[in-house]
Design a protein around this ligand. Sequence first.
Ligand SMILES: N[C@@H](CCC(=O)N[C@@H](CS)C(=O)NCC(=O)O)C(=O)O
Length: 369
Amino acid sequence: MDPITLYGSPISLYTGRARSYLIKAGIDYREEPHSSPHFYDVVLPKAGNRRGIPTIEFPNGDVIRDGVAIIDYFEALSGYTFSPTTPKQQIVSQLLDAIGAEGLLRQCMHYRWNFDEDQGEFLKFHFQTLYPGEQASKERMHFIKTEVNPAWGVTPENHDLIESMHMSMLSVLNAHFGDYPYFLGSKPCLGDFGMIAPLYGHLGRDPKPLSLMQQHAPRLYRWRERMNRPEPDIGEFTDKEEKYLDNDEVPNTLIDVLKQFAIDFVPESQAACDCTNQWIEANPDVPPLTEVERSVGDCTFEVLGRSITANAQPFRFYMLKRMQDTYDALDDTNKNELDTLLSSCNMHEVLDMRLTREIGRHNNLEAWL
Ligand SMILES: N[C@@H](CCC(=O)N[C@@H](CS)C(=O)NCC(=O)O)C(=O)O
């Protein structure tokens, strides 16, 4: 079969997730920017007219927009190769996927946009590929810096908090990947693909955060390398069998990682859930299959005593619903075990953060059902 085309960019957060999946699943692809006349004229109309990366195009012209939908498609086709089947590992994998999708944006944006001296030229080159022309790329970069960053809570008074959270995250992830090659053992799960999104394109590749990762978290850096190689790349570990940990184990090093993520993921998700549900209540006449916007308003929450205001993103709950559905389908014994596990990493409340209107997909877009 001819290769599929992956519209994406090396610097793109979300392309990192789809690319890594395609590599690990052995799917032949060619990557190119989403700036060609073919993309605008032929691909974009089939992608719900939402210009975004990753988007893939099959040799027969079919198109899938959104990294999550791309992975869902290939997982279903392959019989769910990278989806753990035991309850704890399945739920942890789905939770990591949601955190990777939405939970690390402040770190990603701070380390991309607030270190011009280290990486100004680097960003200029990449943005000129995606937005051809000096002026267009300049405008786009200015827009992200001045509009998107503050909208996601990256403001000067929060820089020190973002940096200290980042260093703590590097430390717990480094400890985990010292003991295990992937999040749940010696084979990547969907959670690994979710997490490679922020930890490759931004935090594991831009010069400033890359040097922090290499200096302070070499084992995490190895995972980021491993996730972009077709072989398992686990040579330094004694156990070479490609599988998830036995007995549905979620190791303590991963509990520590989830505890670290919970510090801002839990209060932010609670505030975003409340904000989105208020929006749903205030907008009862939105017709079914209407496109879900990236954000429905601002929410304010507290992290380690600091007040942060950021966009409330419904997509977070589209992702979290997967773990909530898995939990709901368990019997009482398994639910009790999950309750204990999620409480131990301060994530239990996430089970109750649910939207009052469901999100699905229609015409290659997330849509209100
Ligand atoms: N939910 C989407 C998000 C994709 C997304 O926001 N991608 C960014 C780049 S990382 C984008 O396309 N921005 C607009 C553009 O580049 O045209 C996914 O998981 O694929």
